[in-house]
Design a protein around this ligand. Sequence first.
Ligand code: APR
Length: 230
Amino acid sequence: MQAAANLLKSAANVAVLTGAGVSAESGIPTFRSNGGYWQKHRFEDLATPQAFARDPKFVWTWYEERRRAIAEAKPNAGHLALTELEKAMPVFTLITQNVDGLHDLAGSKNIIKLHGDIWTVRCMNCGEERVDRSRLEDLPPRCHCGGMLRPGVVWFGEMLPHGALERATAAVRAADILIVAGTSAKVYPAAGLIPLAAKVIEINPEETPFSDEVTISLRGKSAEILPQLL
Ligand code: APR
């Protein structure tokens, strides 16, 4: 822990890559660890364009359940520590795989959302995209043009938002340190950012495929460890 804190103290440019584990202590399930979404559901049935084409109401029902749960959630000490780190660092970039918007709520500013945002909806017809935090009664919801709306998230097999990966790659390459928190580091291209970094501090209660390669791997929960690093 001390070694990691010392590394951070000497850094002027920090990038952070977060995953679902960072929101676990806010009561939001992860995908692959105990009780995770993909332990209960097949991602092929809920998080692919094919699933949406097959049954948009079924997919939207799940996303609306998640929206309602996230609406009740609060940023935890891990999210807040990253907001403080951003204020303290001359250069700071927060790259997240999370679609829950809790980093925004915690006050983080320079955020790259690799997998979109669950509070955004996009029309399949006119392409209009807008933020909609309302309770969606009629599913699938419709755009004012009559087109069907889809969740503004990235599904398996889809491209990341325009320019997001390029900006994330540039930020990681330029950073003195990359903090990797709360991700199983199994989903690409996000996980592909990790080997690009000069130095990596990993925070996860469990091992990941990169744990043997990173500079420092800290076993524990992000809401407990991140505040200690500051
Ligand atoms: N603090 C830190 N890490 C935690 C915590 C915690 N309190 N609780 C669990 N973790 C770790 C788990 O050990 C696991 O390694 O968080 C990781 C969560 O991994 P996943 O569930 O695979 O989530 P993530 O890596 O974000 O998934 C990547 O996959 O399903 C898609 O689009 C979805 O963005 C998501 C992507």
